[in-house]
Design a protein around this ligand. Sequence first.
Ligand code: ATP
Ligand code: MG
Length: 266
Amino acid sequence: MRKVISVALPKGGVGKTTTAVNLAASLAVAEKRVLLIDADPSGTCAIYLGIDPEKTPGSLHEVLSFTKRISQVVSKTQIDNLDFIPAGEPSYQNEDRVARLTGNLNLFSNMLHHELGEYDYIIIDCPPYLKGFTTIALIASTSVIVPMRAGQFSLNALKRMVEHIKWVRANYNQILKIEGILLTMYEANTKVWTMTRADLEKDLGPFLFKTSIPRSSALTVSEFHGKPAVLYDAKSKGSAAYMSLAMEVLEKDMGITRPVSINSNQ
Ligand code: ATP
Ligand code: MG
């Protein structure tokens, strides 16, 4: 296995799931072997992929409950090189239940690294909070992509995210890096984006992906069709942007561009 990338920010509606699904699909279209794991109990990745979780061999919920092994719950998708593990059991949004399932912080990481060696990339979609699923995903990851919308609330969430990444690095997973900060629903030349970008570039400029994801209706409409945008409308600007993001990730891994250290500029 080459890389495990979590997509995370403790704020709702910033494009985490859209990014996880479309990046995973774009890497698969680029002929990489990819596994997408839905670690958000709300289970939206399955909708984007047009998969009925009831008809899959199992879910992350069953794995963390020790009912099934992680290698037994992998499903095929409409894309040849893309496999999927659904979240399962939406009732486990209940806080006590989440705390029980994610209490052993290293369990998920151990399962992932011992049983799922055949993938080039594992992409994990995280929920909009840090405790529980995001923490176990970060402990299992080699890097994290942080999607950002414009605005002060997203900037505040990003600061909390960076602190959390540092905490995970210091205590559980020294190799965790920031893969990049991704601007989503981006609209150039708007006042709010100009202000958001200026704030980001002050402290975290080196972490910004060159690619940003423009506001694109194809990304939302594709959800209704149960298809990642690269399948629904490969020519849309949203699909093209996610393909460009996949290329940026691949180039970084081929050493064409150098990754930035988490401790630089902070
Ligand atoms: P949550 O924290 O609730 O899981 P999220 O961060 O995963 O949210 P998404 O579900 O990916 O966010 O996106 C929220 C909404 O914004 C969705 O309806 C999605 O279709 C839409 N959206 C995401 N990215 C874009 C974009 N670039 N252009 C237009 N709409 C977008
Ligand atoms: Mg989501």
